[in-house]
Design a protein around this ligand. Sequence first.
Ligand SMILES: [Zn+2]
Length: 184
Amino acid sequence: MIYPIVVYGDAVLKKAAVDIEEGSIDVKQLAEDMFETMHHASGIGLAAPQIGKSIRMFVVDGSPLEDEDMADFKKIFINPEILWEDGDSWTFTEGCLSIPGIREDVTRPSRLKINYLDENFVEHEEEFDGMRARIIQHEYDHIEGILFTDYLTPFKKRILKGKLANITKGKCDADYKIKLPKKR
Ligand SMILES: [Zn+2]
């Protein structure tokens, strides 16, 4: 099932998500739906808050990237916790399915160690670096209620203000179904 993707301005994207209790939801079905939703939108990562679910889960799939090394980077992260981040900081132009049409440079540490559960609730502890770490950091931020635009300078934010306001009203180009923030 393809979910509409929640866009900038929705409170669910600004909220820290909660852990998933084993057996409380069908995580395998949800992961399948999240992969389908993400692939449909040509994304490489999708976090549960982006489909309106404030739970700690995200999926990644690096295969759409033109990078052989990323082709087998397909994973499900449940209740993840980043244990540490280090390495040289590097800058990359990030985009987000919840912020269509905006891409900006974000600087992040190059390595991390993460603890997480897979879809069978088996615990893993793994280190990632480079683009893999980058995608994890971006998706992990989503379950902490952080968007990449939060890292921009006040100057950059001011420049993007109009574009972001338009996204909240659905005035943006996304070739996938989006869900607009509820009007208050
Ligand atoms: Zn995102």
